[in-house]
Design a protein around this ligand. Structure first.
Ligand SMILES: NC(=O)c1ccc[n+]([C@@H]2O[C@H](COP(=O)([O-])OP(=O)(O)OC[C@H]3O[C@@H](n4cnc5c(N)ncnc54)[C@H](OP(=O)(O)O)[C@@H]3O)[C@@H](O)[C@H]2O)c1
Length: 269
């Protein structure tokens, strides 16, 4: 298979690109920090900024010059801005939506005509447990991942007749190292009335990610699922307690669910 993959310079995207290459696929990987080169690992790297229409167009053209087919598109590019809703600026929301949601829209619009013309393809969109429930101080990311979830359901129905399969990957916490690259709302400081809750929530978020699952294992799982005749519409790759959190979110009254999550992230009521 010829696979395009975004956000492949680190974390889950890099782990998935490596697993796909190890499985024998042609992997054309994009990220902002890439120069155009073929690495010693056999991964073909191209610069890509999913927030720019021009960059997406250039990536697609160069990828097609390397190989005219695109059998699969895997979208891992993502950023995170931490901050309470009141403190996070509209510009910070826009940046997250532009990368995590509209970036996927742009890449899909580049790949879909090629997939239709060749009679089919596979699209894998990296959502998150945050696409299924809200987590305090991650509202921009949560909103973007909820958008991805709804969008993917529409995409899946619309493209099925063209032989295109769509799969949402919903990871729980993984040790991707992204805690070193995540952003904080610029206006957040110690004077904020949200400071104590914010400190507590970001501590829990960091702790959970540091103690999270192995990215390479996720990469291998995504590679295995991509090779199946039929991909699942949703693939949740999470710890038992994160599966439980989603189950309870759907089962419990919202007030009770909010109480449990506030206690977990803020440590008090
Ligand atoms: N780690 C987890 O626990 C976890 C849990 C649930 C879901 N996820 C999802 O999994 C995906 C990967 O997350 P991660 O934790 O592996 O994050 P990460 O290590 O921070 O990687 C993010 C990747 O996105 C790329 N990127 C960021 N902005 C971009 C842009 N404008 N254009 C192109 N590439 C861009 C980065 O490369 P450059 O900076 O070089 O562009 C990097 O390769 C994300 O969609 C995330 O939401 C992760």
């Amino acid at each position: 298979m010829v696979v395009w993959i975004t956000g492949a310079s680190s974390g889950l995207g890099l782990a998935t690109a490596k697993a796909l290459r190890a499985a024998g696929h042609t992997v054309i990987a994009g990220a902002r920090s890439f120069r155009e080169e073929t690495g010693a690992d056999g991964i073909l790297r191209l610069p890509l900024d999913v927030t720019s229409e021009d960059s997406v167009r250039e990536f697609a053209a160069k990828a097609q010059a390397l190989s005219p087919r695109v059998d699969a598109l895997i979208q891992c590019a993502g950023i995170l801005v931490l901050g309470p809703c009141e403190v996070t600026s509209a510009e910070e929301y826009r940046r997250v939506m532009d990368t995590d949601f509209l970036g996927m829209v742009r890449m899909n619009r580049a790949a879909l005509p090629l997939m239709r013309a060749q009679g089919g393809g596979r699209i894998v969109l990296f959502s998150s447990i945050n696409g299924l429930l809200g987590i305090p101080c991650q509202s921009a990311y949560t909103a973007a991942k909820h958008a991805v979830e709804g969008y993917a359901e529409c995409l899946q129905m619309e493209t099925r007749r063209f032989g295109i399969q769509v799969c949402l990957v919903e990871p729980g916490d993984h040790r991707s190292g992204s805690q070193h690259t995540r952003h904080h709302a610029a206006a957040m400081d110690e004077a904020s009335p949200y400071w104590a809750d914010y400190r507590s929530a970001t501590h829990v978020i960091d702790r959970d990610e540091r103690g999270g699952s192995d990215p390479d294992r996720l990469g291998r799982k995504v590679a295995r699922v991509l090779a199946r005749r039929r991909m699942p519409v949703r693939l949740r790759i999470a710890s038992p307690d994160q599966h439980l959190a989603v189950f309870l979110h759907d089962l419990l009254p919202p007030g009770l669910n909010g109480l449990i999550l506030r206690k977990y992230y803020f440590g008090k009521e």
